[in-house]
Design a protein around this ligand. Structure first.
Ligand code: NI
Ligand code: MN
Length: 226
């Protein structure tokens, strides 16, 4: 299964031939200046919560590609007001079968407000199943005991977790999360973009390795096979 990292917490995964883009934040990210937003193709855009560093490019990409946006009901309502017609609003605990597979929305302990101050509902994570492999993207979140439920929904072959600390889990908690989720392969996101989330990536990988876990940190624009 191919995952392409586009910087911060933005990545693309191909599931059953459909391109799923998560948390688009490229144009305002100076670290991702090599990525041409106008070249990004997507069939679906999944948004974990309303913060600008997860939604900044969503409207532009959805308008150009005609992608369907999957997000909390409050966020999809707001997107409709921005002229986006193809949306699928969901909420925590709910699942829906799409043409690429099933999305289940799960708890994320964070906050969510849209860039203009509108209420963004509750932040969410996503468990994606029904493709070649199952995976879990936690979104921005603290370590939470709710993560123990993830393998009961679908045992993830890989997961995508924030590791930058300060606003979300840091390395230690992401390693604890990986054990709770029962998933040894972790793609780390949400680090190095801003001064408070700068990390030592070599130490981070070593910490994961000591715990019997594999921390993958693809460079921006790099595609990896999982
Ligand atoms: Ni956030
Ligand atoms: Mn964030």
């Amino acid at each position: 299964m191919k995952l392409t990292y586009l910087g911060h917490a933005c990545f693309m995964v191909t599931v059953n031939g459909k391109q799923l883009l998560f948390d688009p934040f490229v144009r305002p990210n100076p670290l991702a200046s090599e990525i041409d937003v106008d070249q990004i193709q997507a069939d679906y855009i999944l948004i974990s919560h309303g913060h600008a560093d997860h939604i900044a490019d969503a409207v532009d990409i959805a308008k150009r590609t005609g992608a369907t946006i999957i997000a909390a009901f409050e966020i999809t309502n707001w997107l409709q007001q921005q002229g986006i017609e193809k949306v699928h609003g969901m909420n925590i605990g709910g699942k829906w079968r799409f043409d690429f597979g099933t999305v289940k929305c799960v708890v994320a302990q964070h906050s969510s407000v849209l860039p203009d101050g509108s209420y963004g509902g509750n932040p969410m994570g996503f468990v994606i199943s029904g493709g070649e492999k199952n995976f879990y993207y936690s979104g921005d979140t603290a370590l939470t005991l709710d993560m123990q439920l993830i393998p009961q929904f679908a045992v993830p072959d890989f997961c995508i977790l924030p590791i930058g600390d300060n606003y979300t889990m840091g390395i230690e908690d992401a390693a604890r999360a990986a054990h709770m989720i029962n998933c040894k392969t972790v793609v780390g996101v949400h680090y190095n973009t801003f001064p408070p989330i700068q990390i030592d990536t070599t130490a981070a990988k070593a910490k994961f390795a000591q715990n019997g876990l594999d921390l993958l940190l693809p460079s921006i624009g790099e595609s990896i096979d999982l």
